[in-house]
Design a protein around this ligand. Structure first.
Ligand SMILES: Nc1ncnc2c1ncn2[C@@H]1O[C@H](COP(=O)(O)OP(=O)(O)O)[C@@H](O)[C@H]1O
Ligand SMILES: [Mg+2]
Length: 231
């Protein structure tokens, strides 16, 4: 039986009212299994970021239910949800979510301070190497290029080692070779550590490294078969 890491059921999201009303998501169902890397594609404005932030419990849907494992997040109060989110979900933002006044090394130390069970120096070195950022340890985010920041943010998410990783265009500012490396790494992470990983992307060349692709169009989800006439 397939074990679900995260699922969304009957999710709608409406912004605004009257003539400014936007139906960003329309009764969408989605799930990611443990051990699976799923790509989400779709044109700009189709609802990808809305979908991902709702999946992460960062904003509430207008209707529908988000479940982590088999349990609906409605069962938790806001404090419990914040804790659950911290423990179970890693979120990689489009513009990297690094702490501006900490060096790269200290971004990792912060994770260890917040959660002592995360203190694994060997794992830290492996991740830094896999992402090619071991030379950047003493740098501050302001000294890094967009692509370097994005790789550090991915490294922090992996080091945190959550069951679920949600990444919004994590390869957008990387060159092709790095982008391929990052997607392969996410795929290995999903399979080897039984994580559920969802990656929003614009880049269809990356889909070959994902287990499955879904497409959002006009707030609805459909399976996407790469190499079909429909793009
Ligand atoms: N906080 C918000 N308030 C109003 N409209 C929003 C908000 N967030 C997103 N939208 C609208 O919802 C639609 C989907 O946006 P988004 O999820 O950011 O798309 P994508 O990530 O695919 O580019 C867009 O029409 C966008 O303008
Ligand atoms: Mg977006």
């Amino acid at each position: 039986m397939v074990e679900r890491a995260l699922s969304l059921k009957n999710i709608s999201k409406t912004f605004g009212k009257g003539h400014t009303k936007v139906e960003a998501l329309k009764k969408m169902d989605f799930s990611v299994a443990k051990g699976e890397l799923v790509a989400v594609i779709g044109p700009s404005g189709s609802g990808k970021s809305t979908f991902l932030t709702i999946a992460a419990g960062l904003q509430k849907p207008s209707t529908g239910q988000v479940s982590i494992g088999s349990k609906s997040i409605d069962a938790y109060n806001s404090k419990e949800l914040a804790k659950l989110r911290f423990q179970k979900i890693g979120f990689v933002l489009q513009s990297s979510n690094l702490v501006p006044f900490l060096t790269v090394a200290d971004q990792f130390t912060l994770i260890e301070k917040v959660d002592k069970s995360k203190k694994k120096p060997a794992a830290r070195e492996d991740i830094l190497q896999a992402l090619g950022i071991e030379e950047l340890k003493q740098q501050y985010p302001r000294d890094l290029s967009g692509g370097e920041k994005q790789r550090v943010a991915i490294a922090c998410a992996l080091y945190h080692d959550p069951d679920i990783i949600l990444a919004d265009e994590p390869t957008a500012s990387l060159d092709s070779e790095r982008a391929f490396e990052v997607v392969k790494l996410l795929g290995r992470e999903a399979r080897n550590k039984n994580k559920g990983i969802v990656m929003v992307t614009h880049d269809e060349r990356l889909l070959a490294y994902c287990d499955r692709t879904v497409k959002i169009r006009d707030g609805k989800l459909a399976d996407f078969i790469p190499d079909s006439a429909e793009v």
